[in-house]
Ligand binder design. Sequence first.
Ligand code: NDP
Length: 296
Amino acid sequence: MDKKYETICRKAVMHGPLEALFCCIGDPVVGNPTQLMMEATFQSMMYPARYLTCTVSKDKLSSAVEGIKALGFTGANVTAPHKVAVREYLDGLTESARLSGAVNCIIRDEAGRYIGDNTDGKGFHTSIDNIKPVTGMRVLVLGAGGAARAIITELALHGAVHITIANRSGARAQSIIDDIGPHVKTTLERIDFDGSLPIGAEYDLVVQATSVGLFDPEGGFDLTWEPKASGTRIAADVVFNPIDTKFLKDAAKAGATIVDGLGMLVYQGAIAVEQWTKGDADCDMMRKALEEAFTI
Ligand code: NDP
């Protein structure tokens, strides 16, 4: 640990205010690198804090959230399988959490209430917005799980004009349309998906939001990228390990601008940090910490 940061943390213990407390709760959480990227930015920001990674089983979720509240944690991250169930133990939800139906981040507000937010979709949106605003985009999303739901919510809230959802289970895609559709101006449709699909030239953004390819560099779908006559096409993957997925490699060959899953992971964390600390997260340090974590 950086000497100057260590001194700041020690002074916090001896003279206060005490270090801010954070945790990531889920089951399993071994292998989840969130703590490492959070520690990297806290140190870079010289923000005295402790971040723990905690295994919390489903039957202990309620008491874990009570513990977070009782101990005065400043915030927490929530991962599988608790992203949906945790909502009922919180004091409120943001619009993103309400619409997406899932919470990945808990924030203690100024009144001491613990509010559930969903920064997954916001992080994804930032990773695209850095290249081009999503307003007016036509989007194809492969997948209809938790990540896809958060992404679709945020793209719709930011003015994507049309989103097509291609998922193996049609019912899951339909439930996103039923839940989100009535609250946004974006037109949402679903199409059948059996793993093989032509990617039409009408799409400005194609999102690989399934878990296919995770820990599997050769894993992917049989996609035919139809040539795009004008304008750029962005291809984004939510899978972050490996960083260079088959989907992204194929998309790059087809001339698309590539956005890897680490962007979403870093930015969803950075948005959480900025809400917790009111300071600027160090995204470069966070990305570096993740890249290092994947080599451990
Ligand atoms: P879910 O389990 O909720 O959803 C999984 C999705 O993948 C579903 O749409 C599922 O289809 C689809 N799928 C799984 N296997 C296949 C297959 N063999 N063929 C076709 N479709 C398949 O997972 P999440 O949405 O929570 O996570 C998805 C991925 O996103 C994971 O790899 C996760 O690590 C990553 N992620 C990345 C984040 C980041 O910051 N970069 C943040 C959050 C998640 P069906 O509904 O038909 O089962």
